[in-house]
Design a protein around this ligand. Structure first.
Ligand SMILES: Cc1ncc(COP(=O)(O)O)c(C=O)c1O
Length: 448
């Protein structure tokens, strides 16, 4: 082993504690294990204990840990090329851009790569802004999350009073830009107090009114996560998105789909396909790079795109290593992994429905492929959120060997978003540990 790896791997728990003061973390859930290695869907702590990772590390490790095929393709390619300045052409970049254009719906045919989700959102904003002059403001939805860069922060719930308190993102409001937020179609808890089915898509009407009367000049763009992730695993209804598409057309406003969490994970390549709605711009990130930092946008041929005159330039926007990993992963998705994702998502969803029979505290189950949220309530009638208990269920599952995620506007949504390679046996383990964690928290007086 390389001496530097020997030194790193030999660090003790005391070394970690002593080193922690040299680190600043601006976010992320703490309290999980120190991770020393991973294999398949499992990560391991220094004691050798393993956990099935239903967070896929920020939902990004689609192929799990130490994936032999990704490791091989990356190692083979790195013997040839790695970092390349954006101004130089490479074969992986041509290959991946062409592949994405082939896969993307409609006339979304031009790709720009970048380094992460926030910068990709900003790239989409630049394109939308450029095509709507004179314009200034963007519209986004309640409970949305589009990143924490200065350009994207104002569109994320972290800059609001969600959960009844101001979050860290609100400290930078003087540096970032305001977004105009409209109610989201969170039909389980409609922000407008209406019922799905006889609401007349009131939230879409609010978008229309906002574009007409609530915004100065032309809107620069409407940005949505077709399935809101951080905000609570909320699957936007397809008829709502069709209406949003029509409204954007009516006002000539580019519609941006933030597919940073949906690409591949929902059992379809794009949420645009899942909903049957084609946006003007799709944003990719997270799992797109098969665990390597890679993000990008795909834009409609009708839009004026970037020109090579320094309007969008990043040192690491042309990582040929991440591009070959992404290309390999797309090949695997096409070769059965998408179908497996859809199948396993349905398997886990059905398993949670089973649990719901014994635990009426499971108020709502929202699943699209392996993009799954379980919303906990005190009782199904009042829908009062079970916030502390949801966190307790997440915490109880950890020593039992599963890492779940937590989110939602009331922090009462458990997220089950494992690597897409999860097997039935592993899914059974996740479900039985979830049952055990819920029993401990919801049925044991001492814990309640
Ligand atoms: C839907 C969505 N958009 C944008 C982002 C920001 O991506 P990044 O963290 O890579 O900047 C995230 C990250 O969680 C996300 O979930």
């Amino acid at each position: 082993m390389d001496p530097i790896l020997e030194q790193i791997y030999a660090m003790t728990a005391d070394d970690c504690t002593a080193s922690a003061r040299h680190l600043m973390l601006g976010g992320g859930t703490r309290g999980g294990p120190v991770l020393v290695r991973g294999e398949g869907v499992r990560v391991y702590d220094p004691t050798g204990k393993s956990y099935i990772d239903c967070t896929s590390q920020s939902w990004a490790m689609y192929l799990g840990y130490a994936n032999a095929e990704i490791n091989r393709v990356v190692t083979e390619h790195m013997a040839n090329l790695s970092h390349v300045h954006q101004g130089f052409d490479t074969l992986p970049r041509f290959y991946l851009a062409r592949k994405l254009a082939q896969l993307a719906p409609g006339d979304l045919n031009r790709v720009s790569f970048t380094v992460g989700g926030g910068p990709a959102i900003e790239a989409a904003m630049k394109i939308a802004y450029k095509n709507t002059q004179p314009s200034r403001d963007f519209v986004c939805l309640y409970d949305s999350y589009h990143g924490t860069t200065l350009g994207s922060l104002g569109a994320s719930w972290v800059s609001t009073r969600t959960h009844g308190k101001l979050h860290g993102g609100s400290r930078y409001l003087g540096l970032t830009r305001p977004f105009i937020r409209v109610p989201n179609p969170y039909c389980y808890r409609c922000p407008l107090g209406m019922q799905r089915g006889n609401c007349g898509l009131a939230c879409a009407r609010m978008l229309r009114m906002t574009l007409e009367r609530g915004i100065a000049g032309n809107a620069a763009g409407v940005i949505v996560e077709p399935i809101q992730a951080s905000g609570g695993q909320i699957i936007l209804p397809s008829d709502y998105l069709r209406e949003v598409r029509a409204i954007c057309d009516e006002f000539s406003v580019p519609l941006i789909f933030d597919e940073i969490q949906t690409f591949g994970r929902i059992g379809r390549m794009f949420a645009a396909e899942y909903h049957g709605v084609t946006p003007d711009i799709i944003v990719l990130g997270k799992g797109f790079g098969a665990g390597l930092p890679l993000a990008g946008i795909i834009i409609s041929d009708r839009l004026d795109g970037f020109q090579p005159d320094a309007e969008e330039l990043h040192t690491f926007a042309n990582s040929s290593v991440a591009q070959v990993a992404a290309a390999k992963q797309i090949a695997l998705l096409e070769d059965g992994l998408l179908a497996h994702t859809a199948h396993m998502g349905e398997y886990i969803r059905a398993g949670v429905v089973e649990l719901q029979h014994d635990f009426p505290e499971i108020g709502d189950i929202r699943a699209a492929g392996l993009h799954i949220g379980v919303e906990y309530v005190r009782d199904p009638e009042t829908k009062a959120p079970l916030t502390a208990e949801t966190k307790a269920i997440r915490d109880a599952a950890l020593p039992l060997g599963v890492i779940f995620g937590l989110g939602g506007a009331n922090a009462n949504v458990l997220k089950i978003k494992p690597p897409l390679i999860i097997t039935r046996a592993e899914a059974d383990d996740v479900l039985s540990i979830l049952r055990e964690a819920m029993t401990q928290v919801l049925r044991t007086a001492a814990v309640r």
